[in-house]
Design a binder for this molecule. Structure first.
Ligand code: ZN
Length: 132
């Protein structure tokens, strides 16, 4: 089952500039900035209560976040749901006919295991499931 919204992923062109808004205007504190080579992004997490905002800046013009910004502009890119057992959840979703981008979990920021579901199966939202 879904435990909570783990984080909301926001695609930005300039992570330093975007961080200013979350830090200086919203008053949030960054919990970490790291580069996730596999996804060609640099990310910054801002915890908000039980959840987080994840800012994503592409490190490669061919990366998924760069392509997202190219076609849709900056903004909310994905919503991530926390699950207890990601393999079980993927098998369950597949059995229900949901199109998966990742058949198997891979590693995301903070060592989380993540997988994306195809927006064609979710009403246009890029959904991530993650296990920590
Ligand atoms: Zn994410």
């Amino acid at each position: 089952m879904m435990e909570k919204i783990d984080h909301i992923g926001i695609a930005v062109r300039d992570i330093e500039a975007a961080m200013q808004f979350y830090r200086d205007c919203l008053g949030l504190s960054v919990s970490g900035v790291e580069e996730v080579a596999e996804q060609k992004v640099k990310v910054a997490f801002f915890p908000v209560g039980e959840s987080k905002v994840e800012l994503l800046q592409s490190t490669d013009p061919e990366g998924p976040v760069a392509k997202f910004i190219e076609s849709r502009g900056e903004g909310v890119q994905h919503i991530s749901f926390r699950v207890k057992n990601i393999e079980e959840k993927l098998a369950d979703l597949k059995a229900k006919g949901v199109r998966l981008i990742d058949e198997k979990p891979r590693y995301g920021a903070g060592g989380a295991r993540i997988a994306f579901l195809h927006p064609k199966s979710t009403g246009g939202v890029l959904v991530e499931i993650c296990e920590r």
